[in-house]
Design a protein around this ligand. Structure first.
Ligand SMILES: [Zn+2]
Ligand SMILES: [Zn+2]
Length: 437
């Protein structure tokens, strides 16, 4: 897919007044100003993170860069190395008046060997700019409430947000909702639904014997794993759309002339919702048990990391769409987020998984996807091509546009009567709906 870079208009400080007049959302011009004023500083932060990729829980440079930057902004209270995690951090701006608590999550980690191939530097840019603009506009309009920005480590399989949830970070700050975003190369969308996933480490313990002289004395652990693998292959015919079962064998015995006493593998199970994942994992477990029953080997099954699906929130999505589309040139309709939320949700359906899903089960969450211009190969996230694409000035400006729309969403929650209640009601309905079999 080719996106024309000119198909995107950054609304700069100067052109705001004529183009953002009557029909623009109420706080757009103020938000735009607040972000444009600091865009050079944000570009330096974005570059620093992108050019110094770090793995999960080792985001030391990103942590230092972001906390130093947040400390330099008036009125923000910054806690580095928060909740027992060296690279987690929290920054709070409080109006001093009781009101809604809007939170943002800021990701920082990169991928082994290929750098910022998931564009988490852009997520950081969007969340930091969104949080700063929200506080700035709240201050200018004397609105009650507070803004909390969480530095969330290790999204790539490390579950940093789950650790923060378990440590009570979001509860401590009594946040009402959470905002984040994710870059990609497909259409812009407001409503994101990711897959629930669970990792399983599988081990079988058997007994060695001479494979030719006395095989009957042995218990073949590899046979147990192969039996389970074949059982899973059969199960795959009876799965639901969205169910995915994948695995690899890490240990398949030592030599062919010994009955294999040990075999092991890693498996990943995914489904559209957490409730469906729970059902599917029961069936997957039975396949592993079947391998043990058939061979007499002992099974050890250890659940690894697990992420819930991301549950979209329509009232938050509607606000985001309105602000985002106001920042798209009318001559670029393909950049617009559809007003039809069914269509929007279809565009935002992803087989991938994120720990923001767990956040979405704890509180209303908005995680819109935004398109950046792909690299020369046209490849999406988790490829070196996307690492290149995530480092461009154009991608940075698209992340700022997302930051502006996230701040707009926050302003709606803070100022539109009954919206926060609608957001919470929609969240309750969707979580209850998902957990009903
Ligand atoms: Zn990723
Ligand atoms: Zn990512």
């Amino acid at each position: 897919m080719r996106v024309d870079p000119d198909d995107f208009v950054v609304v700069s400080h100067q052109d705001v007044t004529p183009s953002l007049s009557h029909s623009s959302p109420r706080y757009l011009a103020e938000i735009n100003d607040a972000i444009e004023r600091i865009s050079d500083k944000l570009w330096a932060v974005n570059r620093k993170i992108h050019d110094n990729p770090e793995l999960g829980y080792e985001e030391f440079i990103a942590h230092e860069t972001l906390t130093t930057f947040m400390k330099s902004i008036d009125g923000w209270k910054v806690t580095p190395s928060a909740y027992g995690l060296k690279t987690a951090w929290v920054a709070v701006w409080d109006s001093g008046k009781k009101g809604p608590a809007i939170s943002f999550n800021c990701e920082m980690d990169a991928l082994e060997g290929i750098g910022h191939a998931c564009g988490h530097n852009l997520i950081a840019t969007a969340s930091v700019s969104g949080a700063l603009a929200t506080a700035e506009v709240m201050k200018g309009n004397r609105l009650a409430g507070k803004v909390v920005l969480f530095g969330t480590p290790a999204e790539e399989g490390g579950g940093g947000k789950i650790k923060l949830l378990q440590a009570g970070a979001y509860k401590d700050h009594k946040v009402d909702l959470n905002l984040i975003s994710h870059p990609g190369i497909t259409r812009n969308h407001a409503l994101t639904r990711t897959s629930a996933y669970m990792e399983l480490r599988v081990e079988y313990f058997g007994r060695e014997a001479h494979a030719a002289a006395s095989p009957w004395l042995g218990i073949n652990a590899l046979d147990a794993l192969i039996t389970a693998y074949n059982g899973l292959s059969v199960l795959r015919q009876q799965t639901m759309p969205g169910d995915v079962i994948q695995g690899n064998i890490t240990d398949g015995g030592s030599r062919p002339n010994i009955i294999h006493a040990y075999a092991a593998g890693n498996f990943v199970v995914r489904a559209n919702t957490q409730a469906r994942l729970d059902e599917l994992v029961v069936k997957v477990r039975r396949c592993f048990e079947a391998g043990a029953t058939a061979t007499g080997a002992t099974l050890k099954l250890a659940p690894g990391m697990a992420y819930a699906d991301h549950v979209p929130n329509r009232p938050l999505g509607a606000s985001y769409m309105r602000y985002f589309n106001a920042l798209v040139s009318p001559s670029s309709p393909s950049q617009m987020i559809p007003a039809d939320q069914d269509l929007d949700e279809m565009l935002g359906r992803s087989g991938a998984s994120t720990d923001q899903g767990d956040v979405s089960y704890a509180m209303p969450s908005l995680s819109p996807g935004f398109a950046i211009v792909p690299g020369p190969q046209g490849n999406g996230p988790h490829s070196p091509d996307f690492t290149y694409a995530s480092g461009t000035r154009d991608a940075f400006e698209r992340a700022l546009r997302v930051g502006k729309a996230l701040a707009g969403t926050a302003m709606d929650v803070l100022t539109v009567d009954g919206l926060l209640e609608d957001v919470k009601r929609a969240w309750e309905d969707s979580i209850i709906g998902l957990s009903t079999p």
